[in-house]
Design a binder for this molecule. Structure first.
Ligand SMILES: [Zn+2]
Length: 533
């Protein structure tokens, strides 16, 4: 054996929810699970034996919607999050200026993580604020949600955004009402299209070692949270290449299932690369599409206006286009994963799925809806009839929940993310973080799926709470199903990947509010310890 964990509380998460005290691994897979006395004789001279002193072992956590490369890029940019000490717009400006002072003029300065509702100034950040940091560098500051941001004057000039520039489809260039000039605030596609371009020019031009190091750093953050696999929710060919390169170099410490962004999909299909192609570490997953925006910044496409407003959000793609793409990707044998948050967007997505699947279906490609926050009861039934899967982010409840209640009001707000209803209808549900939108911390997600409290402590739909064991499944056994890995991962059973997380306490036996305080002691991927405290 390569590794034996003994004297442990092993929660296997298998169908009988069996417990064990020891696990042996060989060649990256689980060889045996059982009592200490059963496993001990398997030890050989080269076996590493770890006495866990009663600590808890769970299957490694799987984050089914995570923007790894984007997170890596952002954490290497200027941190403007409230948790990092940013309280006022001046703090943001100071930090960006400090970065600009170290950067040659003309090169990009990127910041990330502010949320206007966390700033004491009680007004939006505009380009004038960023111009106070520098007018010689293009500056782009991304909101914590990733769906909106602010550009300084130099960046607007680089983008070619002026008074007469029309809003791009699915996006808004906010303007100063008096002069009609862009005030720097960019929403949805107006931001995202530019961000992609900047990301590629900036990040992809870096030497390979710098890019590998950046992703490695991001992965080390995730390993520290017990994550052993993730679904990368925005993969372009350059990122796929980088991940393959990292595997080749032996520097990839978690498994990546790629969600390939739709505009790059034709290249995959034309190259004859099929769904599921790859290795145990990097595998080609679904085609990723976007139907609408986010709920807390009111860009999710909803059927009734947001509270105190007449706005109903933004469609990022047309019905016709969605139907056509679904037909193409479904026929090509690819799983489809589509971002849909508002009920209007979800309705259009259900129509498009029904067009390729029929009304009742086995959904053999396991097509999935990402987020699925503002779904109606009728839509839940439709999704269940088609056997659609839902990947969702319980930690949005504590992280963005107050923003949701603000946008939807109490009555509609309580029906968001109806996890209990999904499970009662037989809909397969998996957990995710959408990192960097919320912290990639599955324990937070497990706690929030059970507690359903916002950051300020308000309840969101308490009748939709899950049990702790169901919440753990969202990040283990259920998550594995989403990538066709139910026979390879998600539970601690012989033959599966030796992917584990070791916790200082049994999260199924403590008050749920303490779940996120549990300490990750060790993370193991393929029998290799990738994090140890
Ligand atoms: Zn996402």
């Amino acid at each position: 054996m390569d590794l034996i964990l003994k004297n442990a509380n092993v929660i296997t998460m298998d169908t009988n929810n069996k417990r064990a005290s020891a696990v042996a691994t060989k060649w990256g897979k689980i060889f045996a699970v059982g009592k200490d006395s059963q496993i001990a004789p398997l030890a050989g001279s080269g076996t590493r034996i770890v006495d866990l002193g009663g600590k808890t072992v769970l299957p490694g956590f799987i984050d089914t919607h995570n923007h790894l490369s984007f997170y890596g890029y952002l954490v290497s940019s200027v941190d403007c999050r409230a948790v990092s000490g940013v309280e006022r717009i001046n703090d943001v400006t100071d930090r960006l200026r400090a970065q600009a002072d170290k950067t040659p003029p003309g090169e990009w300065v990127m910041g990330w993580g502010y949320a206007h509702y966390h700033l004491k100034d009680n007004r939006p950040i505009t380009r004038e604020d960023l111009d106070r940091a520098s007018v010689k560098h293009p500056i782009l500051l991304i909101q914590v949600s990733g769906h909106a941001g602010v550009a300084n004057s130099k960046a607007l000039e680089v983008f070619g955004f002026a008074g007469e520039t029309p809003d791009p489809p699915g996006g808004v260039i906010r303007r100063d009402p008096a002069t009609n000039r862009p005030n720097g605030i960019l929403e949805e596609s107006a931001l995202l299209n530019q961000l992609q371009a900047v990301f590629f020019q900036h990040f992809m031009a870096w030497p390979l070692e710098k890019r590998v190091h950046m992703i490695e750093t991001a992965i080390s953050h995730y390993n520290r949270r017990g994550i052993t696999a993730l679904h990368e929710a925005y993969v372009v060919p350059q990122a796929l290449h980088l991940y393959q390169e990292m595997e080749r170099l032996g520097r990839l410490n978690l498994r990546i299932y790629t969600m390939n962004i739709d505009y790059a999909a034709p290249a995959l299909l034309d190259a004859g690369i099929t769904f599921g192609y790859g290795t145990d570490m990097v595998r080609v997953g679904p085609i990723k599409m976007f139907m609408d925006g986010g709920m807390s910044n009111r860009t999710a496409a909803v059927s009734q206006p947001y509270r105190n407003s007449n706005e109903t959000g933004i469609f990022l793609s047309t019905r016709e286009d969605t139907f056509a793409k679904f037909e193409r990707f479904h026929a090509a044998g690819y799983q489809i994963a589509i971002h849909a948050q508002g009920d209007a967007a979800i309705g259009a997505v259900l129509d498009a799925f029904e067009n390729v699947l029929g009304r009742t279906s086995k959904n053999p490609l396991r097509h999935r809806i990402e987020h699925c926050g503002n779904i109606t009861e009728k839509q839940i039934q439709r999704a269940a009839d088609m056997n659609l899967l839902v990947s969702s982010q319980p930690m949005f409840l504590s992280h963005l929940g107050d923003g949701f209640l603000d946008a939807f009001g109490p009555e509609r707000g309580h029906r968001l993310y109806p996890y209990r209803s999904f499970i009662n209808h037989g809909i397969r549900l998996a957990g995710a973080s959408d990192s960097p939108v919320a912290p990639a911390d599955p324990l937070l997600g497990i706690r929030d799926a059970v507690m359903r409290l916002t950051g300020s402590g308000a309840e969101i739909g308490p009748e939709e709470r899950l049990s702790v064991s169901e919440a753990v499944q969202l990040y283990t056994s259920e998550a594995a199903y989403f990538s066709f890995d139910e026979n390879r991962a998600g539970t601690i059973e012989p033959g599966k990947y030796a992917d584990f997380v070791v916790l200082d306490r049994d999260i199924t036996a403590i008050p749920p509010r303490e779940i996120a305080d549990a300490d990750i002691k060790m993370t193991i991927v393929g029998g290799r310890v990738v994090y140890e405290k």
